[in-house]
Design a protein around this ligand. Structure first.
Ligand code: ARG
Ligand code: ZN
Length: 876
């Protein structure tokens, strides 16, 4: 069944109030929902009400407190239809359902994990709890009563403010919560069980005190202090940067270990995958700390962008997600290093979203059809959605962007709105016509901008010709030219900026060039010497740029650009041709040679003490194998890409041996561990140096010594990764893997790393290792984090292992997907997206991939989630 945006219409009934009572039981939870409705004025007076359900059984139905005559309703697992309802008067339906949290392996709706009851309702999980108008444009205040066994569930939590609680018969107690802010069902949450807590308070800008609580497993409280700190910083930042204050007396976060996604922004009661809450130096890497900070902020920021203002329908998902990702990225940029954060975000966008946009699963940021909404929580909706918001900020400038955001909060508070409503606020605030710009929401595919420049010394002018092309994507064969904001600057021979006296042929203001035509020529006047041009600085637009710049010009930018993102981009542009050529040469059995300008420029950056260590670490981390595959475009051989890249790394390592030895010695951090960005940068650069040294030395000795000496998880897991990925069969690696496992066997999040590191070992032999690991007593099929760490890492991040030439990797994945799908369709569908680039493989592998996909497609009883992904992947 396909859902179309064009079919949207409001409900016939308005929901006034929701009153829920849960009698919790592991296998037979009774849910009583009292719903007050009235017919929407103007709606068909004879229309029945049709409520959504999913695997439900109705066990009672009252109309205005009186048992309802069975002739007036029909109940199926998927819906409850009630007829003969009042024409305009309010009426009350009391619906009773019995559900089984223990048996809920999909982890949608109400389920139990490690003895904790918890919920996940976005997008359509509430209908697995009770019959409801389960759509985001139906908003109402909720009262929630929870009754449960007191000993097993001392804690009874729901959204909003606590009303009260008391004993309730022998061994039981109850609690009542009221959320005054009208909300859609996807923001409902309930948690019950026995957990430890970390408490704090935050005083808002207007002086209200908010109680903050983070609930974790008993004994893990100390590991939640970093998350608490990140929460308070988020609250402060949202007040300062966006003028947004928190609006309830209490804000709670609960960490659970079985969770399908990262976290969920339920009103006043966020539920988190515990990997985005728990951290301490012994157990968490710097990347873990950064992720915790970002996800805590993201969910908190949803309180305004998502909860106070929500989506009219699920096609508008980017309204809340793209905007909230933009906000969390800005937060991290302000808390850490802006250029380094931008580099990390762009790397992520290119490695995850670009392949999606360039493959069979490509879809617009604001799609117009879907079969399974869970499959649209994508990099495109989230990360490209953030880029589109960022472009609005670039187009309007700081002040007008702020005015537009203020207008949005003002105009739409309490409403469920659309992307058009959002964009209109920026148009109204700035007076800028955003019609063409809006195509970014509607046209899928990564635009390709081709640029060429020529300098006329006699005229003192520089001419830049630009052309844009947007590739065809499924369902969109032809595209209109878009409005692409290109941050652009010209640099002179001495490295200083050249300011044009005027620019013809394109709007150029505040160093932003507006590309709006399919082709466009801009002439920069008053340019006294041949300029080196820097285009798409800070990655102002999410595009592919083809601009044929000489290695000398790129090296010039790598040294002199004032925008450090653009310096990194220049270094990457120097690296790429070398890596592409290396892959081709390795495939033909030719020797791989690295060009000198590139190596010199890279090593100069590595040794440049005026650059922050985190930046230098990013510069030294070359494009990944999948980045190279994407740039090659088709007929790809993962083994050749790997071999070519390894050869380049070795040459850089040998040429820079002294530089790396120097960095390894110099980049030390104080004994007292701190997860701050500066210390993390020192560790990142030191560990990068270690990687190169082990490429130069070709022995595991140094990595093993680093492993033995490590006193934090960043260093320890980095050393273990070098050992496993570079020297998988050495005695040192075996010993390190065993000691790591024994030391952390009790710690699920660390054991996830142990599985992931091994799943990422390059080469055809890894599949056997992965199979063996699935039989390891530490492996847990039902735990999404564990599944992602082993099967997910193998499929997404191991091109040579997963993509081995005989196709065994793809067949293995097909079997796993079918197995996972029986329990948890959402997880199965997500892991299956690892096949999205199968068409760019060389023909033999592509054939194997197609057969594996076909095997999935032909299996009986596929979930809608997996069916949707597999059919689109094969077809597109
Ligand atoms: N809204 C959540 C977040 O971005 C994610 C919910 C994901 N839901 C899903 N069905 N995949 O923070
Ligand atoms: Zn979100």
């Amino acid at each position: 069944q396909v859902i179309h945006l064009a079919d949207y219409r409001p409900t016939d009934f308005v929901l006034e109030r929701v009153d829920l009572t849960f009698e919790l039981d592991p296998t037979e939870t009774k849910v009583e929902a009292r719903l007050i409705f009235h017919r929407r004025p103007g709606a068909d007076p004879a229309a029945p009400i049709v409520l959504d359900g999913d695997e439900l059984t109705l066990s009672g139905l009252l109309f205005d407190q009186v048992e309802m005559d069975p002739s007036r309703y029909d109940a199926t697992p998927e819906s409850l239809t009630v007829r003969d309802l009042p024409e305009s008067a309010p009426f009350e339906l009391t619906i009773t359902t019995i559900i089984n949290p223990e048996a809920n392996t999909q982890l949608m709706g109400l389920y139990r994990t490690s003895g904790i009851y918890c919920t996940q309702c976005e997008a359509e999980g509430f209908r697995r709890i009770t019959y409801f108008l389960d759509r985001p444009d139906v908003l109402a205040p909720f009262t929630v009563n929870i009754i449960a066994d007191k000993d097993a569930n001392p804690l009874l939590l729901s959204n909003g403010n606590f009303l009260g609680g008391a004993g309730y018969g022998p061994g039981k107690h109850f609690a009542a919560w009221f959320d005054p802010h009208p909300k859609p069902s996807y923001l409902f949450a309930l948690v019950a069980g026995d957990l430890g807590v970390v408490e704090d308070t935050f005083t808002t800008l207007s002086g209200r005190e908010v109680v903050l609580k983070i609930y974790v497993e008993h004994g893990k409280e100390p590991r939640a202090t970093y998350a608490m700190d990140a929460l308070k910083r988020s609250m402060k930042w949202d007040e300062e940067r966006f003028g947004r204050e928190y609006d309830l007396d209490i804000f709670m976060i609960v960490a659970v270990s079985d969770f399908n996604m990262g976290a969920m922004e339920n009103k006043g009661l966020n539920v988190f995958n515990d990997r985005y809450v728990l951290a301490d130096p012994e157990l968490a890497t710097d990347a873990d700390y950064a992720n915790i900070e970002a996800v805590i902020a993201h969910e908190y920021f949803h309180n305004w962008t998502g909860n106070r203002i929500t989506c009219r329908d699920w096609f508008q998902l980017c309204l809340k997600e793209g905007l909230t990702v933009y906000r969390d990225q800005e937060f991290s940029s302000d808390q850490r290093s802006r250029p380094v954060k931008r580099i990390a975000d762009v790397r992520h966008l290119k490695s995850e979203q670009f392949p999606e946009d360039g493959g069979p699963l490509a879809h617009p940021v604001r799609p117009t059809t879907y079969r399974e909404i869970n499959n649209f929580y994508t990099r495109t909706v989230y990360e490209k959605g953030s880029e589109v918001t960022r472009m609005i900020a670039t187009l309007l400038g700081k002040d007008d962007f702020k005015k537009g955001m203020d207008l949005y909060f003002d105009r739409h508070d309490g409403q469920a709105v659309t992307i058009e409503d959002f964009v209109t606020c920026f148009k109204d605030a700035s007076g800028r016509d955003l019609t063409q710009f809006s195509l970014w929401y509607h046209q899928a595919g990564t635009p390709l901008v081709t640029a060429s420049g020529s300098y006329d010394a006699a005229a003192g002018s520089f001419t830049l010709s630009l052309e844009q092309m947007i590739p065809a994507t499924p369902g969109q064969q032809t595209k209109e030219p878009m409005h692409i904001p290109l941050s652009l600057a010209l640099f002179g021979e001495n490295g200083g900026k050249l300011e044009p006296s005027s620019v013809e042929g394109a709007e150029y203001a505040g160093e932003v060039l507006h590309l709006t035509g399919r082709t466009q020529t801009a002439v920069f006047h008053g340019i006294g010497s041949r300029p080196v041009v820097s285009i798409n600085r800070s990655f102002s637009a999410p595009i592919n740029l083809h601009f044929d710049q000489s290695p000398a010009d790129l090296a010039h930018l790598a040294r002199h650009e004032t925008d450090h993102f653009a310096r990194w981009q220049a270094l990457t542009d120097l690296a790429l041709p070398n890596l592409l050529k290396a892959a081709r040469d390795a495939r033909e059995g030719k020797p791989v040679v690295c060009e000198a300008t590139f190596v010199e420029t890279l090593l100069a950056a590595a040794a440049d003490e005026s650059l922050e260590p985190a930046f230098r670490a990013q510069a030294l981390a070359l494009p990944s194998e999948s980045d190279i595959a994407r740039e090659l475009g088709g007929n790809n051989d993962p083994d050749a890409i790997h071999a070519g890249r390894q050869a380049i790394l070795k040459q850089i390592a040998e040429a820079g041996k002294d530089v790396f030895a120097g960095l390894y010695a110099a980049m030390t951090t104080p004994d007292d561990f701190s997860p701050d960005a500066k210390s993390a940068g020192l560790r990142a650069l030191r560990n990068t140096a270690l990687t190169y040294l082990s490429h130069a030395e070709q022995t595991p000795a140094r990595a093993k010594a680093a492993f033995d000496a490590a006193d934090n998880m960043t260093d320890l897991s980095h050393a273990l990764t070098i050992l496993a990925h570079r020297f998988p069969d050495s005695a040192q690696t075996r010993e390190a893997l065993e000691s790591f496992r024994d030391r952390f066997a009790e710690n699920a999040l660390v054991i996830d790393k142990w599985f992931a590191i091994q799943a990422g070992i390059p080469g055809a032999k890894t599949l056997e290792r992965v199979r063996a690991l699935m039989d390891n007593p530490l492996f847990k099929r039902t735990n999404p984090n564990r599944m992602r760490s082993l099967v997910g890492t193998f499929a997404f991040a191991n091109p040579t292992g997963f993509g081995r030439a005989d196709g065994e990797g793809y067949r293995f994945l097909a079997d796993q997907i079918l197995d996972i799908d029986g329990r948890n369709p959402q997880l199965a569908a997500r892991i299956l997206t690892s096949m999205r680039s199968w068409r760019s493989l060389e023909p033999v592998r592509a054939d194997h991939a197609r057969s594996a996909l076909t095997k999935i497609e032909q299996a009986p009883d596929l979930s809608t989630d997996v069916r949707d992904i597999v059919e689109r992947t094969l077809k597109g």
